[in-house]
Design a protein around this ligand. Structure first.
Ligand code: ZN
Length: 116
């Protein structure tokens, strides 16, 4: 099983058709027990700083799926509970694919311009 890289603030982004969302390691604004969150209006993904590598990647993918559901308009047709279930399932699955070496995520180079 492949060792997962750690997520660092500003090095990873979540793709959005409205402009990529930077990932920050921060717990401000997160509810107790939350590993992360996405604020689509402010354009930022937060990941709790006290997580292990597997949990932070599950959170990264979970928030990426929220973004995809929002961007596509599909979130409007889902209850919050169903949307969370979809994000949990795909977040776990995509993290497993990373561990199996089937998905590789590249770090953003510091000199790459943002699309915002
Ligand atoms: Zn969620």
């Amino acid at each position: 099983m492949k060792k997962l890289p750690r997520i660092k603030t500003g090095v990873y982004e979540v793709y959005s058709q409205h402009g990529n969302l930077p990932v920050v390691r921060d717990k401000d604004g997160l509810d107790d027990g939350d590993y992360g969150g996405v604020n689509l209006n402010r354009g930022v993904v937060k990941i709790h700083p006290e997580t292990d590598a597997r949990q932070e990647w599950q959170t990264y993918w979970h928030e990426a799926i929220h973004t995809a559901l929002f961007d596509s308009g599909q979130a409007n047709y889902l209850t919050k509970k169903v949307e969370e279930g979809i994000c949990d399932a795909l977040g776990s699955y995509l993290t497993g694919m990373m561990q199996a070496g089937m998905i590789t995520v590249h770090r953003k180079k510091q000199s790459e311009p943002s699309n915002k």
